[in-house]
Every structure is written in structure tokens, then in C-alpha cells.
Design a protein. Sequence first.
Length: 415
Amino acid sequence: MTLLALGIDYTTAPVSIRERLAFPAEILNDAVRDLWQQKAISEAAILSTCNRTEIYCKTLENSIDPIIDWISQHRQLQHSEFKPYLYAHTDNDSIRHMFRVASGLESMVLGEPQILGQMKSAYQTANQAGTLGKNLGKLFQHTFSTAKKVRTDTAIGSSSVSVAFAAVQLSKQIFDQLSEQTAVLIGAGETIELTARHLHQNGIGRIIIANRTYENAHNLASQFNGYAISLSELPLHIAEADIIVSSTASQLPILGKGLVESAIKKRKHKPIFMVDLAVPRDIEPEVAELNDVYLYTVDDLQNIIQDNLNSRRQAAEQAEEIIDTSVEHFLSWMKAQTVQSTIVDYRQQATQVQQESLQKALAALKNGSSAEEAMQQLAHTLTNKLIHTPCSQLRKASENERHDLIAAAREIFKL
């Protein structure tokens, strides 16, 4: 059995590859169940975010080839299109990797908190799909407790640093006064909520939130004195936007080059700052070719966020120490599981001997033996049967010069 973590992230693959390997929420349940049904997989979970797609498995063979074949078939990609971007961690390294991911140590924004919630969603999906077993289920629980300890015992989350925060910081570099600008936010998820909060705190003049479900847009907009529209109304409001931030789960672009070009003309070429935080992308890459448009993707924000990470880097060193300890604790638990089946078998064997000896003693009582005779017989029979096999095996060990077994027996029986 092998624990395996296989995937891609923002350090190994550009957004054009990550978006093709992403698993949208609506297909994730079926995908993880399909993965689990593969011959080599006994437990499985899939984490899919804008910055990473990772598969966590307990495999019956020490090979990543069956999973690569499954990815190729499921995502309809040739091996050569994605395999060069993959990384793989096994056993101890896979445990450490999951702990580091959940703690934000592998994130584009060091220590960002959203990844823990995304990891929990991956666990819940796999749990509902019935693809988790004892080992992977326990590993997720250890992962959550480790990430929580990192966040409570270090300062890794003390400074406000996130992709959303970086987007707002960049907008402040482009516009002198956010109080005079209108922001159109597309989506209503956690990233857009965080973006709206940062914009509101920085005095944005006006917020418009567009979402496929109007009610979700309205609920979010009401928190920041914003205005809600449905996604179908978006083309009517693009020309109003000085700032556009988009983060949805759409499989197709929401904003095309033609729509943005039309908006620029209506604005008389007043610049638009656009940030596409979605994977797959919400804004067609060709939009960046337009004059008076400043389009950034999640990959473009890496340089922006570096200035906000100094305090977190020191905290990350403390986090690594916590993770080291947590890995050792989980490995100890796994080692304990290997002996558990032996303990169960030994107890069952002893119980069977007990029942057979007891039945003989009860039969002796029915045949007229005294209680004292029956008890002596029970003690004699029970003792002989319990020590017969160990004694026989110890004699064989001596004959074969297996002194290690004899020494182990003396330790186990405390002789």
C-alpha cells in the first residue's frame, strides 16, 4: 500500500494548463468516485483550486501510471500535454505535503487561509462519494488539526495577504483615488467576498456584484452597500467599470474581447483595470491586446504580493517545526495500525480457547465432577492451550537459531 499525492500547482504549470486539469465543483463528486473505482486505487480524494489540482490516493501498487492514464482519459488530454508539469509525493512525503498545503506553506500567498477551507471541501466531497477509507480519512483529520495548530501557534496569518488583497493593492497603484472609481465584481464566492471587503475598506466609490444567481449577488452586495445584478445584465454595466475582478467556476469565458472593446469605446478610452482570478479563465486572454486595458491573471500577482510576506516567512519556519511533529505523530498512528490486526487475531484465538475450555469444565460439572475438580481442570486446560503454540514456536526458533524471536518473546511476555 502506498499513500500518494499527485498534482500540479502555480509553480509547475501555467494557468493555461491548470485550467485544463481543473475539476469544477459540479463534476467533482463523480470524478473522485470514478477515480476510486480504478483497479489500483483503494482510497481517493481530489483538491481543485485556481492554483492547484491534486489527487490524494491510497494505491495498491507503487506507480503513478494508472492515475496518469485516468487523468488523460477523464480530462481528454494526451500524456505529453500535462505529464511534464506533474509532481508526485509518496508515503512520508505525501503526508508532509498535505500538511504544508493545508497550512498555506505551498500557497502563492504564504499562509493564506482559504486553502484550508478548500481542503475541507475536498474531504467532504470524497466522504460523501464514499471514496475515503481509514488511512486517508485519518490523514485528512490530522491535516486539519495540524493546519489549525499552525494558524493558532504562529503569526503566519497575522498580516492581511491574499490574492484578493494583492489585486486591490495593484488597483491602488493604477488609480489615485479609489473613492472615485466603480468596481464590478463577477462571482459571489469567497475570493470575491474578500475582494469586496478590501475594496470597501479602501474607500471604493461604488461596487457592482454580478453573479449567475442574483440572490447570492444581492446578499453579498448588501454587506458593502453595493449594487447586485445578474450575470445576464453584465454587458450593460461593463462600460461603468473602472475595476473588474472576476472569480467564477464557469467553464467558458464570461468576458470576451468584443464586449470589452465595445465598453472601452463607450468610456472614450478611459482605462479599465481587470483581474482574472478564475481557473479556467473568465476573461479571454485576447482582451490584454486592447489599448487602455490592464489585464492581470492570478499568475501575474506573484510579484505584487512579495512585499507583504516578511512576517509570514519567519512564522513559516515555526510552522515547519509543528509539521515535523505532526508527521511523526501520524506515522506512529500508521505503525500502530499494522499491529492492530495481529492483536485482534490473537484476542479471537484466546477467546476461542477460553470458550472450548469452559465448555469442557461445564460438561464435567454436569457429569458429576465437583466444582473444585472442574475449576482445576479448567485452569489446567486453559493454561496448556494458551502456552502450547508459543512454546512450540520458541522451540522451532531455537532450532533455527532465530535468537531475535526468542529475545522478542522475552520482551513481549516480560520474562
